[in-house]
Design a protein around this ligand. Structure first.
Ligand code: DQA
Length: 141
């Protein structure tokens, strides 16, 4: 089973970025744990700070992977292009946000991604990625 995890801008700074909101664990550390726990899953990890690169990656993995776990970070709230890319591809996408965006600034309440995704997991910390993975691996095709 092939699962892509795609992280947007500033998520390369997890562990040192606003740790009160995003926690103290680097994503690579968390991913190593996921790889250990789910040896049956073939993980592909991609992170970019650039909107068009995220669109390119969604297009690249979006037709033959079994699932995509996507945290578009700030582009969630601004990117029509990422929303359109999700609508264009056939692989199911689960949107994940580490923080509860609905409990933060008003501009974070708008998502161009939620309405195009299979579902969203919001505010459950890094655990959200694992919950998305469990959904995608258990899902009937
Ligand atoms: C985030 C929430 C976004 O509003 C923010 O811009 C991020 C991270 C989250 O995972 O909580 O960079 O997507």
């Amino acid at each position: 089973m092939k699962i892509a995890i795609i992280n947007g801008p500033n998520l390369n700074l997890l562990g040192k970025r606003e740790t009160g909101i995003y926690g103290e664990i680097a994503f690579e550390t968390y991913l190593a744990e996921l790889r250990r726990k789910y040896p049956q899953v073939n993980f592909h990890y991609y992170q970019s700070n650039i909107e068009g690169e995220l669109v390119n990656e969604l297009q690249r993995v979006g037709y033959d992977y079994d699932g995509i776990i996507l945290n578009p970070a700030a582009y969630t709230h601004t990117s029509v292009a990422i929303g359109d890319a999700i609508a264009a591809i056939t692989t199911p996408v689960v949107e994940v946000h580490i923080s509860n965006v609905h409990a933060r600034e008003d501009f974070r309440k708008l998502s161009h991604v939620s309405g195009k995704s299979t579902g969203s997991i919001i505010g459950l910390g890094l655990k959200g990625y694992e919950l998305a993975l469990q959904y995608l691996t258990a899902r009937e095709k």
